[in-house]
Design a protein around this ligand. Structure first.
Ligand SMILES: Nc1ncnc2c1ncn2[C@@H]1O[C@H](COP(=O)(O)OP(=O)(O)OP(=O)(O)O)[C@@H](O)[C@H]1O
Ligand SMILES: [Zn+2]
Ligand SMILES: [Zn+2]
Length: 851
């Protein structure tokens, strides 16, 4: 096919540019440009990066008015065509721009920006614009070629390197700015723009013998006694007959680079740059693991899953298995079956549980066939893991949310562990949910999806029970595992009423029962996990005399205290100030820092149990790369009696000597203005309780609470998912919350409050009218197959961020109607009406955070 024109999505973030632009394909790139290619194109007066989304034989408009693609950035397109198609789907589903969806799919290393390069203009005019200049002066007055010594030096410098940026040149010759400008004006130097990637492929210098057989023998014989070292090197290279790392050769033989260079000059050896992959797990040994004999429950599930894989059917499964029931083992064996048939697998885990334990289990089973995509990796490391996938060097990708875009070409299986986790929803644009993207991607490939959890989200569970139901989109097949392979029982859970403790004079944060429990573990040499539910535990500064709370001047939110730097910071805008020692309002010295909850618990433990070894895991102790792993490793090696932390300690850990789990305050999140707070509390408690007694030793759990009769706590203590779901679904149905409806959260923001309020009301009114016209508008109470309701505008729970006021509208709807399209259209109309760049409207489809 002879394609002449490409449609390109350009990397210019604005509403007006959110559509494909037409470009001619230059002859030289004809065979290379594909759907998914990354290109540099002229846009206005700049060069910008873009992605080819379709190819066409004939331009739709006059060729002479069209611009041509300027450069092709990669030999292999970073995006296979199915991902381009997926981006189009995302843009419709989440009301996001196409470029934001495409950018989410490629590693940060490929988010190139235009750089200005300087070149020496050649005599034949190369370096001038491609079609040749039509400027008459060009041919009439040849360029002056008289060059001063100073200019000569600059020219030599530029010639020596093929990529000098304006900045680099300026830095090299700080005195010569006007001279360089003059050389550019006279056309001796030419400026061009090109896209520069953030990270380059990494290479190492290798050396190899360039002779063999008879020639090698002759070469060896030619060395005189003074070239003994050269001979040694050549002998070494011939013996191994492989390209070796130059560095390694030098250090092994204790020779200098000069020696090797002489060999190269004589033509006996060659030095080459060879591309290598940065491996974040280099040097780590992973213990090989073999598949375990499946329990009868695992067998049933495995059988059903592999049947689907063998048939290459697109099916979605919800694997509901209690904590420690061996779900991970099922994933591992199903993946093995998938790759045995020549297809590939993606494993999604919440960032927080991308622990060394999880990585180890996958590396241990699949070795070098696994790529790990971790936010803690450097940009370069992540790029290399991604390239291993794109180049087909691995068959399994494991990672957080964005690993769903791993560019495999024959995807057979997607596993989503802990499918209920809210971190699968991205909170920034594009605000996608990896679960829905996973289902869509699997549909494209005819692949299977396993959504696994001990506490499935209500959306997924309801969809499985009702065959899709109101939530639509997918209807998973429910698979269940109710027992632990070790035969161990789920631990006994006791709820401790903290109000009673207080009544009886215990003012400590530990109940007597939990206190005794910890003491007993210390005596027996067993381990304890303590969870502090961080949500609701703020680290603010308050004056105990006047009640003053330090808040951000630009956002309506209290500042967070950071002990290490002794300052107060705003989590929304980054504002920081030194922590005050007296109250700025009343001058009192009784101003208290409510340090991170975990620090307080740690202090209390040290007081109650002198000598206790506490390993604390929270945002403060895990901010450094690898810190998380080190803390867990120390706990595994029993260098700690207690592992104390936030949500991080609740998931995925499997330590045989943990026999006690304590939850310091179970209900801190229950009062949050979020319809999912009961669900989240139940999930967290069930998960953390599942860490105790997973192996031989029996486990015990204490949940301390001020609301011990709340159904999320009662049912978590009984490990009773079904009763919890029944009760929670009833509430959701009455209030028309998901899974009985779907939500779109629209947030409008502006610096001027009255104007914002007016625009928010315009928006809501306009949306109502449009919905009415479609026959959709009305209360969800009414018995109608499709309905849409608009709540608000009201001030957002955080009413001001970065000096911008915020109002929100909640759109609730049910049934087959394009609510996203309607909201998007209305938002565009509202923006067009005001024509003020300060007005922002953000659309969050299926929101997880209602702030
Ligand atoms: N078939 C089996 N035979 C023996 N042991 C098994 C088997 N399957 C799993 N196990 C072991 O049982 C323990 C729990 O298994 P696994 O971690 O896979 O459960 P899980 O359901 O993923 O747990 P969680 O959701 O709580 O993280 C592990 O130590 C695992 O090695
Ligand atoms: Zn005060
Ligand atoms: Zn702020």
């Amino acid at each position: 096919m002879n394609y002449r024109m490409a449609k390109v999505i350009v990397d210019v973030p604005s509403r007006e540019t959110d559509r494909p632009f037409d470009y001619l394909i230059p002859e030289s790139m004809a065979g290379w440009i594909e759907v998914g290619s990354r290109v540099g194109v002229p846009f206005g007066r700049r060069t910008v990066q873009g992605f080819v989304v379709s190819l066409h034989e004939q331009p739709e408009m006059d060729r002479s008015r069209m611009k041509a693609i300027q450069e092709l950035l990669d030999m292999t397109p970073p995006l296979p065509p199915d991902l381009v198609e997926l981006a189009e789907w995302m843009s419709r589903k989440y009301a996001c721009s196409l470029i934001s969806a495409l950018q989410a799919m490629i590693p940060a290393a490929l988010k190139g920006k235009a750089e200005r390069y300087i070149r020496v203009t050649d005599a034949d005019g190369e370096g001038l614009s491609e079609e040749g200049s039509t400027d008459a002066s060009d041919s009439l007055y040849p360029l002056p070629r008289l060059v001063t010594p100073e200019e000569e030096e600059i020219l030599a410098f530029v010639r020596a390197s093929d990529t000098v940026t304006m900045t680099q040149l300026g830095a090299r010759y700080p005195e010569a700015a006007s001279l360089i400008k003059d050389m550019l004006a006279r056309g001796v130097l030419t400026e061009s723009q090109a896209i520069k990637d953030k990270v380059r492929k990494k290479t190492v210098k290798t050396v190899a013998a360039a002779v063999s057989g008879q020639a090698a023998q002759e070469a060896l014989a030619s060395f005189g006694p003074q070239a003994r070292r050269q001979k040694e090197v050549l002998e070494f290279l011939l013996e191994l007959s492989l390209p070796l790392s130059l560095q390694e050769v030098l250090s092994t033989l204790q020779v200098t680079a000069g020696t090797v260079k002489k060999l190269v000059e004589k033509g006996f050896a060659v030095i080459e740059d060879v591309e290598v992959f940065r491996d974040p797990y280099q040097g780590r040994r992973f213990q090989r693991s073999e598949p375990l004999t499946r329990t009868p429950e695992q067998e049933q599930v495995y059988h059903r899953l592999t049947e689907s894989l063998d048939a290459e059917r697109h099916e979605v499964f919800l694997l509901h298995g209690v904590t420690g029931s061996g779900k991970t083992e099922v994933y591992l064996q199903t993946i093995e079956c998938c790759i045995a048939s020549g297809r590939q697998a993606i494993v999604l885990v919440p960032e927080i549980s991308l622990t060394p334990q999880m990585v180890e289990r996958f590396k241990g089973r699949f070795g070098a066939k696994v790529a790990v995509m971790h936010s803690r990796l450097s940009t370069g490391e992540r790029y290399d893991e991604w390239r291993k996938i794109r180049e087909g060097r691995v068959e399994v990708a494991i990672g957080a949310r964005s690993a769903i875009f791993a560019p495999f070409n024959r995807l057979g299986l997607i596993v989503m562990d802990e499918e209920h986790e809210t971190s699968y929803k991205q909170e920034e644009t594009p605000k996608y949910h990896a679960r829905d993207v996973a289902v869509m991607r699997a549909r494209q490939h005819g692949a299977a999806v396993i959504l696994g959890s001990a506490t499935p989200s209500l959306e997924s569970y309801h969809a499985a029970r009702s065959g899709g139901g109101d939530y639509g989109e997918f209807a998973p097949v429910l698979l269940e595992m109710k027992q632990r392979p070790s035969g161990s029982q789920l631990p006994g859970v006791q709820i401790v009423d903290m109000r009673e403790e207080l009544k009886e004079g215990n003012r400590s944060m530990f109940s007597r029962a939990l206190h005794q429990g910890i003491a007993a573990r210390l005596e027996r040499g067993e381990q304890t996990v303590l969870l502090l539910n961080r949500r609701g535990y703020s680290t603010f500064v308050m004056c105990r005399t006047c009640g003053y709370v330090a808040g951000c001047p630009d956002c309506d939110i209290s500042l967070t205290y950071h002990q290490k730097s002794n300052n107060l910071r705003c989590h929304y805008c980054g504002y920081a100030e030194v922590a005050p020692s007296v109250c700025p309002e009343c001058g009192s010295e009784h101003i208290r820092y409510f340090g991170t909850g975990t620090q307080r618990v740690e202090g209390e433990l040290a007081k109650l149990f002198p000598g206790i070894r506490v390993i604390r895991m929270d945002v403060d102790t895990t901010s450094e790369k690898g810190a998380h792993e080190k803390l867990l490793q120390a706990f595994r090696e029993k260098k700690g009696d207690v592992l104390l932390g936030t949500q991080m300690v609740a998931k995925g850990l499997d330590f045989p000597d943990v026999t006690l789990v304590g939850v310091i305050a179970a209900d801190t999140a229950l009062n949050f203005p979020d319809f999912r707070s009961a669900e989240k509390t139940f999930q967290l408690l069930t998960q953390v309780a599942g860490r105790a007694g997973r192996h031989q030793l029996p486990g015990e759990v204490f949940i301390q609470s001020y609301m011990p009769e709340h159904y999320s706590i009662v049912h978590a203590s009984g490990h009773d998912y079904l009763s919890f779901v029944r009760e929670e679904l009833k509430t959701r149905k009455t209030l028309h919350y998901p899974p009985y409806s779907r939500l779109i959260l629209v947030t409008l923001s502006h610096e001027k409050l009255p104007l914002l309020l007016r625009m928010a009301e315009n928006f809501a009114g306009d949306l109502r009218v449009k919905a009415q016209r479609q026959g959709w508008f009305g209360s969800l109470d009414r018995f109608a197959p499709a309905a849409l309701d608009i709540l608000g505008p009201v001030a957002s729970p955080i009413p001001r961020i970065k000096n911008r006021y915020r109002f929100q509208c909640m759109v609730k709807y049910r049934g087959e109607l394009d609510a996203v399209g309607l909201v998007r259209e209305t938002a565009a109309a509202t923006l067009d009406q005001l024509r003020d760049a300060m007005l922002q409207i953000s659309i969050d489809v299926d929101p997880q955070m209602l702030m």
